[in-house]
Design a protein around this ligand. Structure first.
Ligand SMILES: *Cc1c(COP(=O)(O)O)cnc(C)c1O
Length: 361
């Protein structure tokens, strides 16, 4: 294999249990498996989570929900990032649950739904006040099952935005209750408000994505996280060739690296088409036989060159670790993201479908 990921379903299950332990038995956990479970493979991950007790799973779109249903998943599936008119029928046909984002859409909803409040992020969700929402909910053709919102800056404790969002959301919820509307599920929290214990934002259901895959982003000026999880994915690539180049040799496109001494270069069977950020050129590192080796030269579409001088026992056919641990050295998606000037979410979601997935315990 040129490049592959090893996904530990056991670690994913353990991360799910860690989230459940933090929020307690009174709060449900809805793992988010959108974007093919952050590229860990939504079908395998969702079935593992269902076996672990997850009653709800969250996806972005109808297509993702249908694929899970067709794989035999029984859990409830919440479709979070809106839907197109032509996808409407799929909710009933595949027993999917829509998130409704505008009161106009309440007129045509035919299945129990979750209503999203835009509490200040200015993305999806209704900005209407409680009374107007209550009127629309009472007139809707199907019952409301959940009320939700999403935070824009929950990891930034220097910002008051989360408090303002919680306050707005609570006001809407209380207004609906005064009108006799009691949504069975109330939820606002993704990984960060769970991990940093913003209990007031939990409601009775939480929506962890990143945490399920083993990541909690650092908070700005915040408390220490109470949630302990570990990455479930290891990404490897095969060495295609190892060659000596003389001092002064230029490496790869644009000749952006010049060997300052005779160097041993290993060519890896992975490139930006597989999801290695192009910006790792001359910047990233990989793990070779338990030691860090630098990326030298530009990352190509299908190939990456690293300097393995001093690592004499590297041969064609060996595997190197792009994300993961070996010999006490580790590189995770947050580290790769720092080198690439992006975020860990984008590193994970960037792992291309052509990178083979292998499931391990
Ligand atoms: C992606 C997403 C989540 C999960 O976010 P993480 O930070 O990965 O835990 C939760 N809720 C909504 C609405 C999302 O879009």
């Amino acid at each position: 294999m040129r490049s592959w990921v090893e996904v530990s379903l056991g670690q994913i299950r353990q991360n799910f249990r860690a989230v459940q332990a933090v929020v307690g038995e009174a709060v449900g956990v809805m793992p988010i498996v959108k974007a093919d479970a952050y590229r860990h493979g939504a079908v395998a991950v969702s079935h593992a989570l269902e076996a672990e007790g997850a009653r709800w799973l969250g996806v972005s779109n109808v297509q993702e929900g249908v694929a899970l249903r067709e794989s035999g998943l029984q859990s409830r599936i919440l479709v979070m990032a809106d839907f197109l008119a032509e996808e409407r029928e799929a909710f009933e046909a595949h027993h999917l649950t829509p998130v409704i984002h505008s009161l106009e859409n309440l007129g045509s909803v035919t299945v129990p739904y979750h209503l999203k409040i835009d509490s200040g992020m200015s993305r999806l969700g209704t900005r209407a006040g409680a009374e107007e929402i209550a009127r629309a909910v009472l007139n809707a053709a199907a019952p409301i099952e959940g009320l939700m919102t999403h935070f824009a800056s929950s990891g930034n404790y220097e910002s008051k935005q989360t408090e303002a969002q919680v306050q707005h959301f609570t006001e809407v919820l209380n207004g609906l209750r005064r009108a006799g509307i009691e949504p069975r599920f109330v939820h606002s929290s993704a990984t960060i408000p769970i991990a940093y214990q913003r209990r007031e934002a939990w409601g009775n259901l939480v929506r962890p994505g990143h945490a399920i895959y083993g990541y909690v982003s650092p908070a700005k000026n915040g408390p220490r996280p109470v949630l302990s999880v570990a990455p479930a994915l290891t990404w490897k690539a095969t060495v295609l060739d190892v060659k000596e180049v003389p001092a002064g040799a230029l490496i790869g496109y644009g000749g952006i690296h010049r060997a300052t001494r005779p160097a041993l270069i290993a060519v890896l069977a992975v490139g930006y088409a597989d999801g290695i950020p192009h910006r790792l050129g001359n910047r990233g590192q990989v793990i070779v036989k338990g030691k860090l080796a630098p990326v030298v030269g530009a990352v190509s579409m299908d190939l990456t060159t690293i300097d393995v001088t001093g690592c004499e026992d590297v041969r064609a056919g060996d595997a190197v670790v792009l994300l993961g641990s070996e010999g006490g050295v580790s590189i995770n998606a947050q580290q790769m993201a720092r080198w690439a000037g992006t975020i860990s979410y984008a590193v994970l979601c960037g792992i291309h479908a052509r990178v083979k997935r292998i499931y391990v315990d």
